[in-house]
Design a protein around this ligand. Structure first.
Ligand SMILES: [Zn+2]
Length: 439
């Protein structure tokens, strides 16, 4: 059974000074435990929670007798996760330091350490006994509560020292929709500044603007840095604050989820599976190896290829849409989907338009990529299931896999970000905007 989880951050109402002090003390003790456990675990190569707990539980209880006993459990869980990811990075030579650093701490609570009093208040077990906290729920929280999502028993808590509030990381769970046998495919080619999507024989280019977002923010960051360095020196704290306020991550996340939402809903409507190209584990790292241009390196690094694919997979689980993400992307933009011959891209045409070396027809690079992904997925399904495999509805599959039409048929439809982000579905975007543009 698939399970879908979502994390929602809910703030507490501002706490009294004494109450907040209790939580600050708790956090300090918890941080101490984590620091000791993580350093011990990485030194002795322990990544298993059970083993760490067996070795360290007694010691932790003796050192912090005032804390409820379950903090020793959750600290071991937290620490073993940290140790595991550090050792994995180290093995792949990606760790920056020789020892793991415990920077940000959120306190992990299990079902013995917190309880829900009502939908807007909770209690947390501390060294000062049970403390009641009022929540400040928001729209999104109520949406999950009212739509049949269940709260998980584990919660993470972070302290906001400036506003004397607690941030509760609540996890909601729900059973995913059962996946159904696909009748066709929607293929997606992920790019730096747009996503190419093949739906019903047409390729749409959804502009994401990630390139401009990343570049814009990197300029802004640089400007802030220069200005503040001059005013307050390199180590000034004011600079950090301003930089933190730039919300690059938030902007990109928003676009990413909206895109995933549109594509998955289109796939659900048509009973299609979504086909993604397989990206290597460290795809950005590999791509930038030969790139000298500092700006381009940064852009590629940030282009969140993986993040977009991940968002699509998450959404698809929720809707019961199958995702095939293991299609080999080799040659997908190089060969003509009709003739199988090489497509030659000319520099002066902006590198995205090419001509088929056999038939001489015009191709847009991303259209080629989408169709080739489609063909690869179809061929694989046929070699596995024979005739019960999905077919291209309404399009001829005998001679060639792609409808041979005028050159116009190979041109993608570009959808500017301002449009699809606003209308949130392909139909609405089509109806309201694209039609008007074509008139
Ligand atoms: Zn061709």
């Amino acid at each position: 059974m698939v399970e879908v989880t979502r994390t929602v951050i809910v703030k507490s109402a501002p706490l009294s000074r004494s109450m907040f002090r209790a939580f600050a003390e708790l956090e300090a003790m918890y941080r101490n435990m984590i620091e000791q456990l993580v350093s011990y675990a990485t030194r002795s190569g322990i990544t298993s929670f059970a083993r760490l707990k067996a070795l360290k539980y007694g010691e932790l209880r003796a050192r912090y007798p005032q804390l409820p006993s379950h903090y020793a459990y959750t600290a071991c869980q937290d620490a073993s996760t940290r140790a595991k990811s550090f050792l994995r990075l180290k093995k792949r030579r990606l760790a920056e330091k020789n020892y793991p650093e415990v920077r940000r701490v959120s306190i992990w609570l299990d079902d013995h350490l917190w309880r829900m009093e009502s939908l807007t208040s909770i209690e947390i077990a501390t060294h000062k006994g049970w403390l009641g906290i009022e929540l400040e729920p928001h729209k999104q929280y109520w949406k999950y509560v009212n739509c049949g999502w269940k709260l998980a028993t584990e919660v993470k808590v972070r302290l906001d020292k400036r506003h004397r509030q607690l941030l509760m990381y609540l996890t909601f769970k729900r059973r995913g929709v059962e996946e159904c046998e696909p009748r066709g495919y929607i293929t997606i080619d992920v790019n730096e500044n747009h996503e190419a999507v093949l739906i019903d024989g047409t390729v749409y280019l959804f502009e994401t603007g990630f390139k401009d977002t990343v570049l814009g923010y990197s300029y802004r960051r640089k400007r802030v840095q220069e200005k503040y360095d001059e005013l307050y020196g390199v180590k000034g704290r004011a600079k950090k604050k301003v930089i933190r306020k730039l919300k690059e991550r938030k902007v990109k996340d928003d676009v990413k989820w909206k895109f995933a939402n549109i594509v998955v809903r289109e796939a659900k409507k048509r009973r299609c599976a979504i086909v993604l190209e397989k990206l290597p584990r460290q795809c950005q790292r590999e791509m930038i190896e030969d790139v000298k241009d500092e700006q381009l390196r940064h852009r590629l690094y940030q282009a969140c290829f993986k993040a977009v694919q991940k968002a699509i997979k998450e959404k698809a689980r929720e809707y019961g849409v199958r995702v095939e993400d293991d299609v080999d992307p080799k040659n997908t933009s190089k060969l003509c989907p009709i003739h199988g011959a090489k497509v030659v891209y000319k520099r002066e045409r902006g590198d995205r338009i090419g001509l088929c070396s056999k038939g001489g027809e015009r191709w847009h690079r991303d259209v080629v990529a989408c169709w080739n992904l489609f063909i690869k997925a179809l061929q694989r399904a046929r070699s596995c299931n024979g005739s019960s495999a999905p077919s291209l509805s309404g399009l001829s599959l005998d001679g060639s896999l792609v409808p041979l039409g005028s050159t116009a048929a190979h041109d993608p439809i570009e959808v500017p970000r301002s449009l699809w982000v606003r209308w949130k579905s392909l139909d609405a975007t089509n109806k309201h905007e694209l039609m008007r543009m074509s008139i």
